[in-house]
Ligand binder design. Structure first.
Ligand code: ADP
Ligand code: MG
Length: 277
């Protein structure tokens, strides 16, 4: 290869960072319930004020990694650790991870018939407030209303969506907007977006990208997981990680995303045993 990208340390220790990474994965292995190993040893460090893109082909295990980060019970951490602010959260439930500031926007958001967008947001906010305060500390109704309306306007979420059941009959674009609305309202410290870009029209894509950009800063870092380079035209990542067959196989800056767009994942795919490249 005449265009090899120099190995790029994703680990903050190697990068010579002094501050603690907010989200750190050390040799993370994740398996399915039947024992199949999908994520095969991932090292990654994401700090606040950083946007990381994790790019990989379909079936490489990106969503499995995202679910494991969130604590989905169907995905078992078989080796390694997930640290949030230096704390091992391997054995914490999804709610406890959320209370510590982890947020995951799903590739396929679930509908929750019977629960409106507003009531869902209010209870999510209140559970985080309760964990932080150590006792019930519900957000005052007027404060909540002001914040929701401001966030909806900013993210161009139609106001009529607020009273509809969460994701019930929402279009693809509406679901993604509402995910970004949740992110804006919950103010996570680490946002993981799993293919939030797939199936989006350009307007919705721009809104998602603008939301991520606006929220990433001294209080938040982001991990944008995607198959396509497209969303990265609107969000410039600080770091790009190429993820193939459960492993990070190459790392670099934003230029790596363009290389992937031009050349695809072919060059990174494992050569079949005994086969010729
Ligand atoms: N809950 C599950 N049950 C069975 N197989 C799964 C499950 N989740 C993921 N897999 C399998 O793990 C592999 C990786 O899938 P996934 O993590 O969705 O990849 P990606 O998001 O990169 O497309 C695929 O072979 C997929 O079929
Ligand atoms: Mg996926």
């Amino acid at each position: 290869m005449d265009h090899e990208v120099a190995p790029f340390p994703s680990n903050h220790k190697e990068r010579g960072r002094t501050k603690l990474a907010l989200l750190e994965l050390n040799n993370l292995h994740v398996g399915l319930e039947d024992g199949t190993e999908i994520v095969k040893g991932v090292d990654l460090a994401v700090g606040t004020d950083e946007i990381h893109a994790m790019m990989g082909p379909n079936g490489s295990g990106k969503s499995t990694l995202a679910y494991a980060l969130m604590g989905h019970p169907a995905y078992e951490i078989t080796e390694g650790e997930i640290l949030l602010d230096g704390e091992n959260v391997n054995d914490l439930g999804a709610d406890e991870r959320a209370q510590r500031g982890l947020f995951l926007a799903f590739q396929y958001p679930h509908a929750i018939p019977g629960v409106t967008v507003t009531s869902f947001l209010r209870s999510a906010i209140n559970s985080i407030r309760k964990a932080r305060a150590g006792e019930d500390d519900p957000i005052p109704v007027r404060e909540f209303r002001t914040q929701v309306l401001a966030a909806m306007d900013e993210l161009k979420v139609p106001r009529e969506l607020a009273q509809r059941y969460l994701n019930d009959g929402f279009s693809g674009g509406e679901k993604k907007r509402v995910e970004i609305l949740q992110m804006a309202m919950l103010k996570p410290r680490i946002a993981v977006l799993d293919e939030t870009d797939s199936g989006l029209d350009i307007d919705a894509l721009k809104i998602v990208a603008a939301g991520v950009k606006a929220l990433t800063g001294p209080d938040m870092g982001a991990l944008v997981i995607t198959h396509y380079q497209r969303i990265l035209n609107y969000i410039k990542p600080d770091f790009v990680h190429v993820f193939v067959d459960g492993r990070i196989v190459e790392e670099g800056g934003p230029e790596l995303a363009h290389k992937l767009e031009a050349e695809g994942y072919e060059a990174f795919m494992p050569v079949p045993a005994g086969g010729e490249a």
